[in-house]
Design a binder for this molecule. Structure first.
Ligand code: PLP
Length: 350
């Protein structure tokens, strides 16, 4: 604390990211990274881009927006890119979610959302998940300014069908619905095809998970032009160059290498399903996941206890000390070998 702090800083409760330890020899299943790494074409494209480092990057990120637009069958003007989804979300909060009525999001969800609300002074209300930890879109029928929803939800991993998102968007024609699809590529249905029909829908995705580029920091949003223009107005009032030339080159190559994307996400989904079966066999309740993590609780061992025992043995998983979910562990789906080592360890602990 310091007398130089503004009142805004005094009132912040910053987001606490998962641990990034420097230790070798750990099995890191705590931050939903992709264990297979990015496409070799990404590494080649980044190496080739190093001869442009003395120039500023393209502030419009035209090559990346065109690649994303071609991949998702939208116009480049319907695409916004930023330094990770976190930055895209931050601009979304400021540009589109700050109104008089409260913003709605689930009570169990990505814990960065309330942090942005406090940073930007946005009123919000949390809508409880049902007893099965599912989002019920009927529960969002209440006065609000906008709705924000991850799909699949995090940290539960449970996805809504595109039909349910379509119903939510149609039920709230005068409210913006933001769908955070950070994990959509691991088995959920994207809402991007709905964007053409709905001016109140913004879909946000990341290259951190299914394209294994968490370290490059690239995220994007797809929506109709006025929404994208709002995000650009905020971005150009904050930082014209959120993506450096290496990030732009790597991200374009990642979007274009569909074969790598398909192969690695299929492996992760297969590993997830066998991990879930292994956990169930050890007495865990495992929520049905469409993400690259599973959310599971043991019938007789608490989440904090298990996370601590695993940590002592060199395995990091995520535990949230939060009402309703303190018994759960969020376990990132690792390689085949990492998943079997985890199951072997857990079988000695439970
Ligand atoms: C639901 C959700 N949205 C957004 C993000 C941020 O992703 P990025 O790495 O693109 O900032 C995460 C990261 O874990 C997430 O879980």
């Amino acid at each position: 604390m310091s007398r130089f702090w503004s009142s805004v800083v005094h009132n912040l409760s910053p987001y606490v990211p998962g641990e990034q330890p420097k230790l070798n020899d750990i099995i890191k299943l705590n931050t939903n990274e992709n264990p297979y790494g990015p496409s070799p074409r990404v590494l080649a494209a980044i190496a080739a881009a190093t001869d442009r480092l003395h120039f500023y990057p393209d502030p419009r990120a035209a090559s990346l927006r065109e690649a994303i637009a071609a991949r998702y069958d939208v116009a480049p003007e319907e695409v916004f890119v930023g330094n990770g989804t976190d930055e895209v979300l931050a601009h979304t909060f400021q540009a589109l979610l700050k109104h008089d009525a409260p913003l709605l999001f689930p009570d169990i969800t990505y814990s960065f959302y309330p942090v942005y609300c406090r940073l930007y002074g946005i009123r919000y209300e949390e809508v409880p998940l049902d007893a099965a930890m599912r989002v019920q879109i009927a529960d969002f029928r209440r006065p609000c300014s906008a709705i924000l929803l991850p799909n699949p939800n995090a940290p539960t991993g449970i996805a809504l069908a595109r039909e349910a998102i379509a119903a939510l968007v149609a039920e709230h024609p005068d409210h913006l619905v933001v769908v955070d699809e950070a994990y959509v590529d691991f088995g959920a249905e994207s809402a991007v095809p709905l964007v053409a029909r709905h001016d109140n829908l913004l879909v946000v995705q990341t290259l951190s998970k299914s394209r294994a580029l968490a370290g490059l920091r690239v995220g994007f949003a797809i929506g109709q032009r006025p929404l994208i223009e709002a995000l650009e107005r905020v971005k150009d009032s904050f930082n014209s160059y959120p993506l450096g030339c290496l990030a732009l080159a790597g991200a374009v190559a990642a979007i274009k290498d569909d074969a790598w994307f398909q192969e690695t996400r299929a492996r992760i989904m297969a590993n997830r399903d066998s991990l879930a079966r292994g956990l169930a066999g050890l007495g865990f309740e495992v929520l049905p996941s469409a993400a690259n993590f599973v959310f599971a609780r043991h019938r007789s061992h608490g989440g904090a206890h298990l996370a601590a025992r695993l940590r002592e043995r060199g395995v990091l998983v995520r535990h949230f000390q939060k009402p309703r979910i303190e018994d759960f562990l969020r376990i990132t789906v690792g390689t085949e070998d990492q998943c079997s080592r985890l199951i072997a360890l857990l079988s000695s602990l439970v």
